[in-house]
Design a binder for this molecule. Structure first.
Ligand code: FAD
Ligand code: MLT
Ligand code: ZN
Length: 512
């Protein structure tokens, strides 16, 4: 309990006993049960590898029926559960931990006195239900593009499967090699192509979910249109495992574009980025598939920490970078449009420099810079991650205001508390990833950033969590983005569906 000063283990949850283990052994193969300390390590640590949880048991069901039996038993016996996908979620919590825990940290990269935990990592001794063994593709309809699969399928594996059939997953993110589609659905992940294909609230056609009491909710529809009653699946999209376990996903995949172009641009100001974005919508319109940006601090970290793919393709460094992607069906047509667009930007002095990838390797290398930013930031020391959305015109002002604040308090620079403020994100979605790198996590550092950043988002009609969700790090800040009436209704939904509160406790909703 020391680890989370504001949290206490809920003693209504039972502690795991030999009898419980015997039951799980009666329904699962022995290879689906992990109890060994060393093997548990990976399930107890989040992507940032800064925290070690205390779960003593990981279960890896291989069917929906097994998930149902697990949850039914856990619910009847008040055993708390954490569903886990690829464990790449980013809504961790930074808290103080003691020397003993510090010794236990196997992956510590710096001498931090604080740790961080993700929404998919247990807070106390919750049982981890890993979905990694439920990884089969159930069905694909080559006419409609509807793909039905198990929740534990890895996003990149699904995309490769669809590529062979001329289709594409409607979402893409840097964590694609590890994250599960069930984890994507449960976090309502946005990613790099939301601009083109929309959110999972639109592309998910149906879900199969096991409710906390073991009931299987079969809503695995492949229909595009179905206005019969409340759209129950929507409740589970972005629920972060607090309402049940997603076991199956039906998702609409679009046709894969035959012609892909990627351009990297160097610009002097965020105003120029906005002008470029506006023109891209006018001139590239239906072929525009991504519009991402990052700043000078971000490229600096990529070059410093990621050797592969970090070569600067532009002549010199610029205050801002934009990656524009087009996806269309006619290469000549797309090349013509993109070249006209770029020439116009250059001649009007909106863009200072630009390069267009000439082949798939170059496309991959340009994307590697953008997709490498989260990892590069995580290597910059103790990084405080914020994921806010707001109207595009004020998007970069959040970075400038944060910098100004830290400079005015004389806490940033050589030998100071903070080393840099980094901005990047999905311009097309009004989504900024504001990262603040410190030498180490500390309460003093946290207090300098929070609640400033949340108040900033609320003041600018923004959201305090655009795409990463709430987990244990944003649950108590929900009121900055949602009204008391909305929060009360959320609490009622939770109580209705999970009356014993066994699903992913201590997270998502505000602490009581
Ligand atoms: P996990 O991290 O394992 O779990 C996330 C949450 O969902 C947890 O609360 C967990 O309990 C719950 N959960 C997982 N599986 C299930 C299930 N089957 N049923 C019920 N609950 C479940 N996010 C974006 O939105 N856009 C990005 O561009 C983006 N890029 C990223 C890049 C990197 C390098 C990294 C590390 C992360 C990125 N993320 C991004 C964060 C994003 O939330 C995750 O990558 C992804 O969506 C989580 O999937 P996962 O399988 O790893 O889930
Ligand atoms: C991204 O867009 O790269 C992700 O959301 C991850 C991050 O914010 O670091
Ligand atoms: Zn993102």
């Amino acid at each position: 309990a020391d680890k989370f000063p504001h949290l206490k283990r809920d003693h209504s949850f039972k502690k795991l006993s030999e009898k419980d283990i015997s039951y799980f052994k009666s329904i699962l193969a022995s290879s689906s049960i992990t109890q060994d300390e060393e093997d548990l390590e990976i399930f107890n640590s989040d992507w940032l590898r800064k925290y070690r949880g205390q779960s003593k048991l990981v279960l890896k069901p291989s069917s929906t029926e097994q998930v149902s039996k697990i949850l039914k038993y856990c619910n009847e016996n008040r055993l708390a559960v954490v569903p886990q996908g690829g464990n790449t979620g980013l809504v961790g919590k930074v808290e103080k931990y003691d020397k003993e825990m510090q010794k236990q940290m196997l992956h510590a990269t710096h001498n931090a006195i604080y740790f961080i935990t993700g929404g998919s990592v247990p807070v106390f001794d919750e049982i981890v239900v890993s979905m990694s063994s439920m990884n089969s593709i159930r069905n694909f309809d080559p006419v409609s593009g509807a793909l039905v699969c198990d929740a534990g399928c890895i996003l990149e594996v699904l995309d490769k499967y669809l590529e062979e059939r001329g289709y594409i997953m409607p979402l893409d993110l840097g964590a694609k090699g590890s994250c599960h589609i069930g984890g994507n659905v449960s976090t309502n992940a946005g990613g790099l192509r939301l601009l083109r294909y929309g959110s999972l609230h639109g592309t998910v056609l149906g879900l199969e979910v096991v409710l906390p009491d073991g009931t299987i909710l079969d809503n695995l529809s492949t229909l595009r249109k179905d206005n019969t009653g409340y759209d129950l699946k929507q409740l589970f999209i972005g629920a972060e495992g607090t309402l049940g376990i997603v076991t199956g996903v039906s998702i609409l995949s679009p046709k894969r574009s035959k012609a892909i172009n990627v351009a990297l641009l160097g610009l002097n100001s965020f105003d120029q980025i906005q002008a470029t974005f506006k023109r891209s919508k006018d001139e590239l319109s239906e072929i525009l598939s991504a519009f991402e940006f990052w700043d000078q601090e971000a490229i600096k970290l990529v070059k410093e920490h990621l050797v592969a793919g970090a070569k600067d393709p532009l002549q010199s460094t610029y205050p801002f970078y934009v990656l524009v992607e087009t996806s269309g069906s006619n290469k000549d047509h797309d090349d013509y449009k993109l070249n006209n667009f770029l020439e116009g930007l250059m001649s009007d002095d909106i863009v200072q420099d630009g390069v267009v990838a000439q082949d798939t390797t170059q496309i991959h290398n340009l994307w590697a810079i953008r997709e490498g930013i989260p990892e590069a930031c995580s290597k910059a020391g103790a990084v405080y991650k914020y994921d806010i959305s707001m109207p595009v015109p004020v998007l970069y002002k959040a970075v400038e205001d944060m910098k100004e604040r830290l400079v005015s308090k004389e806490v940033i620079g050589d030998g100071k508390l903070f080393t840099s403020v980094i901005g990047y994100g999905h311009v097309g979605d009004g989504n900024l990833h504001l990262n603040v790198a410190a030498n180490e996590f500390s309460q003093e550092a946290t207090n300098l950033i929070e609640p400033f950043v949340f108040e900033w988002a609320a003041k600018h009609a923004g959201s305090i969590s655009a795409e990463h969700g709430l987990g244990v790090s944003r649950n108590n800040h929900l009121h900055y983005s949602k009204s008391p009436t909305m929060i009360q209704l959320m609490i009622k939904f939770k109580q209705l569906i999970d009356p014993n509160g066994i699903m992913n406790p201590y997270k998502y909703l505000p602490d009581v």
